[in-house]
Design a protein around this ligand. Structure first.
Ligand code: UDP
Length: 250
């Protein structure tokens, strides 16, 4: 599959809009290609600079979407035509609509006990006919992993949605990919909490103003340490842009 990609601080990002991502996911399911889908944000890109294993996971994923306005902004600064932000929760929601229409089975893995079941109920109420074929919370021991993977495989899920937080979910998927007979594995961060109604997403106008990161910082102040990566990411992008322009002038 030919890919139109941006390279942002060493991370490859697919320049696709949400609907095109859904078409790709449909292809993976129809052809049985096993695909790791990553919704990439600036914090993960910043971490990948000093974590070669994470960088490799990102660059080997079948599909990497520009989650977070930082990636969209950064890509555009570097001259890439990134069509739009494709956040984990928006892609997940849209994927559920497609799954209900096409009969894809979804397995939910992650978040505190009870959250995935509550999210499943809400999703099935929003998308009649949606088949959530199984779920498991995200506070398991390494010794329990084989049983969880066997459950996902036995239930013949088409999509495994993993909500363990980034980048742990990406590392987990990469580690277990070969044992999972699921066409699509995708990490969605705290989306199950939002869908279950335990956490609120920013209001629409805040999202439209590209300030969702600020809303998260104010509503979850404990994230400040993680979010320190954001100004550093901006600095690195501006430095890359300056270097690129300098090279072009030579
Ligand atoms: N989580 C989990 N197992 C763990 C640690 C975290 O299932 O060992 C879940 C947690 O309950 C939450 C999600 O992972 O639902 C992380 O959400 P967050 O909003 O922090 O995601 P991120 O911003 O990292 O994508």
């Amino acid at each position: 599959m030919k890919r139109n990609q941006a390279v942002i601080l060493g991370c490859r990002v697919d320049m696709l809009a949400t609907e095109q991502c859904i078409d790709r996911i449909a292809k993976y399911i129809e052809t049985g290609i096993t695909a790791h889908v990553i919704t990439l944000n600036a914090e993960i890109v910043y971490q990948a600079r000093t974590n070669p294993e994470l960088l490799e996971i990102i660059n080997q994923a079948a599909l990497v979407t520009p989650d977070g306005i930082g990636i969209v902004w950064g890509g555009r600064q570097l001259g890439y035509l990134i069509p739009e932000r494709v956040s984990g929760i928006d892609l997940f929601w849209r994927m559920c609509a497609a799954a209900a229409a096409k009969g894809w089975k979804i397995y939910l893995l992650g978040s505190s006990p009870g959250v995935a079941e509550q999210a499943a109920e809400r999703l099935q109420a929003s998308f009649p006919g949606l088949d959530i074929c199984g779920s498991h919370h995200g506070y398991f021991q390494a010794a329990e992993e084989a049983a969880i993977i066997a459950d996902v495989n036995r239930r013949q899920a088409d999509i495994l949605v993993v909500s363990l937080g980034a980048p742990r979910q990406e590392t987990w998927i990469s580690q277990h990919h070969k044992d999972l007979s699921v066409p699509v594995c995708i990490g969605v961060g705290g989306s199950l909490d939002v869908i279950a109604g335990n956490k609120r997403r920013a209001p629409g106008w805040v999202i439209k103003m590209n300030l969702e990161w600020l809303y998260r910082l104010l509503s979850e102040p404990s994230r400040w340490r993680r979010q320190l990566a954001l100004p550093k990411f901006v600095g690195l992008i501006l430095t890359s842009k300056y270097k690129l322009e300098h090279q072009r002038k030579k």
